[in-house]
Design a protein around this ligand. Structure first.
Ligand SMILES: Nc1nc2c(ncn2[C@@H]2O[C@H](COP(=O)(O)OP(=O)(O)OP(=O)(O)O)[C@@H](O)[C@H]2O)c(=O)[nH]1
Ligand SMILES: [Mg+2]
Length: 450
């Protein structure tokens, strides 16, 4: 399995001046390739920090630093690896890089170290993806999720589903191959219940894709409503600062405002918009048009109404625009006497007072819950679009198999083919393949020849 490929090299730290710059090398016999350029006093010891000098072609000292040698298989890639910690000067690092390139070591492609780690079985595909996610993570939750995935949480979740299907497959295949013999089989009900259980788990995972994207990229949350209902006040209350201008005059906000905030680690781009109404004022009208535009790019909308006054035609008109979008109805000004018709029309509304700041924490929690990000959720792993595609395919096959089984008695061969297909998609998610394992699963389970 473990293979040593041709040596590659890369500068592993970002371009720019820094205290330390790291050069990473990996591949079969990489140390032998570079050792002429390294002055080292002691004998090279695996995974030991050596003080070294890097010598250029003329034998001059290019820099001094620390070198660590990780012989295969105990390295990140599984190959022989060298990490050199030099001074973080871009020019110097480039010179060192060129020195190694001149020794026939190739420049690494993006992600090539991690790709080699995957190919050498040091991690599965999900974990390799998590490395990229971890480096890119820009919010606390994204970071935490990437770390979880790197630790193999999502992998083990998917592996468990795959094992359930393999178990079923083992029964079915044994039924085909050894139908004459007295071996344990599953009833149709048992098969169905196992399939349904797996399907349910896949569907649960599928629900996390949106949230998974949200925690990586953040969400656009737009506040809309007719003039004077308290949108800007709500904007400020959510931000926790007096950012937007608030006045009793309808039509105060003319252009949209954006501010970033994080809700429990989720990056949110909060947008306050101009109150939407038919207006003769050309400036306000442009603002209204921009509000409508913001609506389109919003992942979620907070539709604000004034709980202290009867609803008007404008409220209903705006509601028509948002009702098919992901939205929350916010009944603001709950500190004032309540006009009962508002809640009669919008019983689902959450009551807040933007001015007094009450109900705001509950609103934040509701936003996260609607986004599928509530920390109370049972599933704490999030999938990405690549996983979604494969999981959907797997779910589709399982679903149709359930339907067929419920209406018909199927040949085990058919069940076997469907199961294999469903399993193959799960394997693609983790990047594992091998039909050997199916056989292994049969024999470990049935002790044939006993
Ligand atoms: N009593 C009470 N008044 C509020 C509350 N929220 C906002 N107001 C008042 O309502 C008026 C309008 O508030 P804004 O936040 O400017 O309303 P807006 O929806 O942004 O208005 P436009 O920008 O004109 O569309 C101001 O006088 C606020 O002080 C609230 O929770 N309770
Ligand atoms: Mg406003």
């Amino acid at each position: 399995m473990l293979r040593q490929r041709e040596p590659i090299v890369a500068i592993a730290t970002p371009y720019g001046e820094s205290a330390i710059g790291v050069i990473r090398l990996s591949g079969g016999g990489v140390w032998e390739r570079i050792k002429d350029s390294i002055f080292i006093r002691s004998k090279l010891k695996p995974r030991y920090a050596h003080y070294v000098k890097v010598l250029d072609k003329e034998g001059h000292v290019l820099d001094e630093g620390i070198l660590i040698y990780y012989p295969s298989p105990n390295s990140y890639t599984g190959e022989d690896m060298v990490e050199l910690f030099l001074h973080g000067n871009p020019l110097l690092l480039k010179k060192a890089l060129e020195l190694f390139l001149s020794k026939g070591i190739r420049l690494a492609e993006p992600g090539e170290f991690t790709k080699r780690a995957f190919l050498n079985g040091k991690m599965d595909l999900l974990q390799a993806e998590a490395v990229a996610d971890l480096i890119e993570a820009r919010s606390e939750l994204a970071l935490r999720n990437a770390q979880r995935q790197l630790q193999g949480e999502l992998s083990s979740y998917i592996r468990a589903l795959r094992e359930r299907l393999l178990e079923l497959l083992a029964y079915v295949e044994a039924d085909i191959e050894f139908s004459e013999e007295d071996i344990p089989t599953l009833t149709k009900e048992q098969t169905l219940s196992m399939l349904k259980e797996v399907l349910k788990s896949i569907e649960k995972l599928l629900q996390t894709v949106k949230a998974g994207e949200f925690i990586k990229k953040g969400i656009n949350l737009a506040i809309v409503g007719k003039p004077n209902v308290g949108k800007s006040s709500l904007f400020n209350a959510l931000l926790g600062v007096e950012r937007a201008i608030v006045t009793p005059i309808p039509g105060t906000t003319r252009d949209f405002l954006q501010e970033s905030l994080t809700l429990k680690g989720v990056p949110i781009n909060l947008i306050d918009t101009a109150g939407i109404r038919l207006t003769e004022d050309p400036v306000e009208r442009m603002g209204v048009e921009r509000s409508l535009e913001r609506l389109k790019s919003a992942h979620m909308v907070l539709f604000v109404v004034d709980i202290s006054r009867p609803l008007e035609e404008e409220d209903f008109r705006i509601y028509q625009l948002v009702k098919d979008l992901e939205h929350i109805v916010v009944a603001n000004k709950r500190d004032l006497p309540e006009e009962p018709s508002v809640l009669a029309y919008f019983p689902q509304a959450i009551k807040v007072s933007a001015r007094q700041g009450s109900g705001i924490e509950e609103l934040k929690e509701l936003i996260l819950e609607r986004l599928g990000l509530s920390l109370r959720d049972a599933v704490q792993v999030y999938i990405s679009v690549r996983h979604e595609d494969l999981l959907k395919k797997s779910a589709k096959v399982i679903k149709s198999l359930i339907n067929k089984l419920e209406t018909d008695d199927l040949f085990p061969e058919i069940i076997m083919l469907d199961l294999r297909e469903a399993v193959s998609y799960l394997e693609e998610v983790i990047g594992a393949v091998g039909t050997e394992e199916v056989l292994g699963s049969i024999f470990s389970r049935f002790c044939i020849g006993k």
